[in-house]
Design a protein around this ligand. Structure first.
Ligand code: C2O
Length: 619
């Protein structure tokens, strides 16, 4: 007994010495959350709207973890919609099961059902976010996902900020967003938001009957540095963000450190995140923080510009209360914003990102195994022998495509694609030979001058170019394949940019350009030294982006445009990454809570997904 006690004391002393002598990382822990998804009434702009939220919060709860932690999230669905939650940008290494894409990695969580996600956060630091992966509903079902360095804030590759603040740009809709996709399917395409928000607040540019909307206020102390973790969660616009009288130093994008880049404007597209330092070095006072969306100019269809406005407000010790007596002191400064049709500012912002050199930075592989060239655009389903109409707002809905294939899940799909792949089980509700997967072609069916808007008129030539097929587009990659992919935005029917998001991987962004990509000219411009790594790459309007990624995370990964309308219209594909040769390159079996093939076999699973909102009795 005594000996043991002595030994224990010695052990303790050794441990204590060890702890005091070595700066130890924070021990990995398990971070647990419960997300109750439900509907609540929110009054904005004098109108009560029923919105779907997590834990009654808008934006939803922040997940705040340290690299190396495990995260467990119990989702309790008390809403009338089918839900899944996607952890946007989390690599989900060997853990595709928790990626949260309905009928691709899991069955949707039905009303009055629960599902538990288990994630391991390894090898990533910075700002990511989570959102529902259900058409429309992610506008209110989202929140920040912050990963802190294991060795604490002093290990940031930049001066430790005084405070860290998530800045989520969102939009505000006065409709039941579960209807968005239904309307789309019925070709009602004039649903629009009514305002934009910063951290859930609309701001003082909007009022109803004279009552000005609340805006987000960031209180700052003079001389202190703030790390803004900026997330664009809106459904379909890239935003510019400025704070009057202040500059930003961009230090990370999509949870990857970048070489510090100083700018007075941030450009952030849906799906992207930007971490930027802001020093409160302006004269004391109040400064507007403004978010303004950009859009392609006419003749593209125009949507109203929803500007949101918050405030940076200096705390002052010496003149408390006095400001109110002197209104001239108190007129907040307004930043000068880019024009709503200026997409050049975004082009340069993105082009200025380079990845920061650190020992743990992933090197760009030089040997490329496969090349793909993917055109992004709108298409039409042309009735035989007739020309296609321009199909967009005011007319009927068309399709959005990758190499003229518009993604759609098969109508009689009964098992999520990942399960079907993993268990080789019958994936249809009928007893056929499983759903037909269509291979995403490596090139567009017809090369043409992709970015010449003169090619967009109605006519048989344009009709041919727009000819589209609807299919479950997949592309298989052998484990470890190094893939070069050029995304080319086209000017067919519209000239939007396209923020392309790949689940489960980061992509090296090698180069971008205006107009048509030309391999013999453009390969020379590839940055193979310090390209930024992103999970979402903004393909500029009438331009292209070249990316490289390593297909080294086995599973079934969604790749899609993060503009909700483009996604609903089918600008998506699935990348199937095969198991590797070693034990640790084989996708492990799903966690026990994951229903296996056939568990929901009596329900037509596609109805759960495609006919969103329909309450199906549990199996
Ligand atoms: Cu943030 Cu598949 O999406």
């Amino acid at each position: 007994m005594k000996t043991r006690r002595v030994l224990t004391a010695i052990t303790m002393a050794v441990i204590a010495f060890f702890f005091s002598a070595t700066p130890l990382p924070v021990a990995a822990s398990v971070v647990e959350h419960t997300f109750v998804v439900s509907q609540m009434n929110v009054t904005r702009l004098c109108k009560e709207t029923l919105v779907t939220v997590v834990n009654g919060q808008l934006p939803g709860p922040v997940i705040d973890v340290t690299e190396g932690d495990s995260v467990v999230v119990h989702v309790v669905n008390k809403s009338p919609s089918n839900i899944t939650i996607h952890w946007h940008g989390v690599k989900q290494w060997m853990n595709c099961w928790a990626d949260g894409v309905p009928m691709i990695t899991q069955y949707p969580i039905q009303p009055n059902h629960n599902f538990t996600y288990q994630l391991n956060i390894t090898g990533q630091e910075g700002t990511l976010w989570w959102h529902a992966h259900v058409p429309g509903l992610r506008a209110t079902l989202h929140g920040a996902f912050i990963i802190r360095p294991r060795h604490g804030a002093s290990s940031y590759p930049f001066p430790k900020p005084h405070k860290e603040i998530p800045i989520i740009i969102g939009d505000w809709w006065q409709m039941d967003l579960a209807l968005l996709e239904k309307h789309f399917k019925k070709e009602i395409v004039d649903d629009l938001p009514v305002a934009a928000t910063i951290n859930g607040k609309i701001g003082d540019l909007y009022n109803c009957s004279g009552a000005v909307e609340d805006g987000y206020v960031l209180d700052v102390e003079p001389g202190k540095t703030y790390l803004l973790r900026i997330i664009n969660a809106v459904l379909f616009s890239e935003y510019y963000l400025k704070v009057a009288g202040h500059k930003f130093t961009v230090v990370a994008a999509d949870a990857n450190y970048v070489n510090p880049y100083t700018t007075d404007v941030i450009a952030v597209a849906p799906g992207e995140t930007v971490d930027a330092l802001m020093v409160a070095d302006a004269p004391q006072g109040r400064y507007y923080m403004v978010g303004l969306p950009n859009q392609a100019p006419l003749p593209d269809p125009q949507i109203p510009v929803f500007i949101t406005r918050g405030m940076v407000s200096y705390k002052s010790d010496n003149n408390h209360g006095e400001e109110e007596g002197d209104p001239s002191n108190d007129v907040p400064m307004v930043p000068e914003m880019p024009d709503q049709h200026d997409t050049t500012t975004s082009f340069y912002f993105h082009g200025n990102l380079t990845s920061l050199h650190r020992p743990q930075r992933t090197k760009v592989p030089v040997q490329v195994d496969e090349h793909m060239f993917i055109t992004l655009g709108l298409g039409s389903f042309c009735p035989h022998g007739r020309s296609c109409e321009k199909r967009w707002r005011g007319k009927s809905m068309g399709a959005a495509t990758m190499n003229n294939v518009s993604f759609q899940l098969s109508a009689d799909m009964a098992v999520p694609l990942l399960d079907a792949q993993y268990y080789h089980c019958n994936s249809t509700s009928s007893s056929g030979d499983g759903i037909k997967l269509y291979t995403l072609p490596d090139n567009p069916p017809r090369p043409f001058d992709f970015t010449n808007p003169a090619l967009t008129p109605d006519g048989s030539e344009a009709a041919l170019l727009q000819r589209t097929i609807r299919a479950t587009a997949v592309r298989r990659f052998r484990y470890g394949t190094v893939v070069d992919m050029v995304f080319q935005s086209t000017s067919l029917l519209q000239t939007d940019s396209n923020p392309m998001h790949l689940h489960g991987h980061d992509m090296f962004v090698l180069a971008q350009g205006r107009g048509n990509y030309n391999a013999s000219r453009d390969v020379a411009s590839y940055n193979l030294v310090d390209p930024p790594m992103k999970n979402t790459v903004l393909v500029p309007r009438i331009g292209w982006v070249a990316i490289r990624f390593v297909a080294d995370n086995p599973g079934v990964w969604f790749m899609h445009c993060h503009y909700e309308f483009h996604l609903m219209m089918g600008m998506a594909a699935v990348f199937i990454i095969e198991d590797g040769p070693t034990v640790d390159s084989i996708l492990p079996p799903p966690p026990l809570n994951h229903p296996k093939c056939g568990h929901v076999n009596s329900l037509k699973a596609n109805e759960l997904y495609l006919l969103d909102n329909k309450v199906v009795s549990p199996a």
